[in-house]
Design a protein around this ligand. Structure first.
Ligand SMILES: [Zn+2]
Length: 157
């Protein structure tokens, strides 16, 4: 059964921080996945917290509902998939906010820095005098040749 991403993400946006906190991303070379704690916080017979592996790419979960391909789920997915999706949305948003903050910091730094360009001479950052000389260099004057220049000298003479 195909997952409706729109309804899954809409459901994910309603998830409270408490449940988002139950999802933990695992970075793996074979593909990232999520480990999601069971809702009640139950432990198995070995005293281990019961957790389910959620794959957000293939939309699978190792819980009972997931093993049945969510055929018994009203929405077509289990709550673990929703919580992991919520956690991923939150992570994506946090990364976007970090990128904006970094870009803003760069813009503010360049706004307060009088040097609009990074100038390097022989591998060293230009000194204030060098920077000023190069950046404020006047254009080379165009030579104005007076019409009477050759008045006192000529090869044709
Ligand atoms: Zn599940």
């Amino acid at each position: 059964m195909a997952i409706n991403i729109e309804t899954l993400e809409a459901a994910a946006r309603e998830v409270s921080p408490e449940y988002i906190g139950k999802a933990h991303k695992i970075i793996a070379a074979t593909g990232d996945f999520w480990i999601v704690e069971n809702e009640a916080g139950d432990y198995n017979e070995h005293g281990e917290l019961i957790e389910y592996k959620v794959d957000l790419v293939h939309h699978t979960c190792t819980c009972k509902a997931g093993k049945l391909n969510f055929t018994r789920c009203r929405n077509g997915y289990c709550k673990h998939l929703v919580w992991a999706t919520a956690a991923e949305l939150e992570e994506t948003q946090a990364m976007a906010e970090q990128a904006i903050a970094a870009a803003t910091a760069i813009l503010q730094a360049s706004a307060t820095n009088k040097r609009a360009h990074h100038l390097v001479i022989d591998g060293k950052v230009a000194t204030a005098a060098e920077y000023d000389r190069i950046m404020n260099a006047k254009p080379r004057p165009t030579k104005h040749v007076p019409l009477n220049r050759q008045a006192g000298f000529s090869l044709l003479r």
